[in-house]
Ligand binder design. Sequence first.
Ligand SMILES: *Cc1c(COP(=O)(O)O)cnc(C)c1O
Length: 414
Amino acid sequence: MLDGNSRQNLATFCQTWADPEVHRLMDECLDKNMIDKDEYPQTAEIEARCVRMLADLWNSPETADAMGCSTTGSSEAAMLGGLAMKWRWREKRRAMNKSADRPNLVCGPVQVCWHKFARYFDVELREIPMEKDRLIMSPEEAVARCDENTIGVAATLGVTFTCQYEPVEAVCRALDALHADSGLDIPVHVDAASGGFLAPFVDPDLVWDFRLPRVKSINASGHKFGLAPLGVGWVVWREARDLPEELIFRVNYLGGDMPTFALNFSRPGGQIISQYYNFLRLGREGYARLHGACYETAAYLGREIGRMDIFNVIYDGRGGIPAVTWSLAEGATPGCTLYDLSDRLRGRGWQAPAYSMPANRQDMVVMRALIRHGTSRDLADMLVADLRRCLDYFAKNPVLNPLGRREAGGYSHT
Ligand SMILES: *Cc1c(COP(=O)(O)O)cnc(C)c1O
């Protein structure tokens, strides 16, 4: 009862609206354990079909026998992609009779799952710091961090902090050049948690997927823009040989011979079935229309926020995820920080997070609003009206004096 209202949560990338059929499917699938492929062979078949559909969507050269699986979300999927890269790198090192004890992974500003991967599996994370207005990885910065111990480059299609896409194609080209110059052949994994279910539908000409031979694996969250209910992610490898055989376990204690290569074992099957339902019900055209509407709403919100002089729009919803990211304009004197503003918006139920950027832009504080299916233009209008109301309130009741210092008695989030 005391939890927030999920549709007003502009912080989450996860799906917070589902049609009645999905509710019904989830109910009917309550007892289905997706790992038990002997008892639930049709759920297994549906999972396999989803993998093939995703391999096709991401332009895999091996759609018919694509290698991949469902997971609990992108975090687990990213771990599997990372593990495969680590195993392949180690195999290569051993074949050359070279040490394989200091693996590293090169990435831009990543979601926390990659920090977990690096720590849990003993891989050095070489995270490219932000620099002035460059808030994502650049091909030059990525290549500069690669060496013989690099298991791969993880590029993000929809960066958590800004919602921008990293330039996967340019990064691959730069790695091609590195390969030609130095012999270092570095694979790329794309963390397409959000973008994997957006770009193929609304920006099909953007080349980021298996059309690039260097992209060996891709993960995406079914429960984000895949429109499935919470609890499903996907990972797909380019070719069967990109997933080392040692990572696949075969068990027969549920009856039948079952290959398994996820971290988890028992898991509900309803999310997978709902994912398939959405694929069939919406098709490419349906996903394109739903997401297209979100992009229009995001562009509208970006324009409205851009019209408020005290804000500086950092990402306006174009070329990445349907979302808006903004900071305070230089010299603006709203009488509050973005943290105060976020707090005040909470009074109307909105969760619009304020947060600081990672290295080297910790000085920059931003607010971000995701636009998902279920965030209508009407809802966006109400958010804009509430934003204006909050700003009026702080103009009349500042918690900061014009020098940006807190009045006595004010509180601080830091
Ligand atoms: C959300 C997200 C993740 C984690 O995904 P879950 O599905 O929540 O486990 C990883 N990477 C990126 C870029 C994300 O946006």
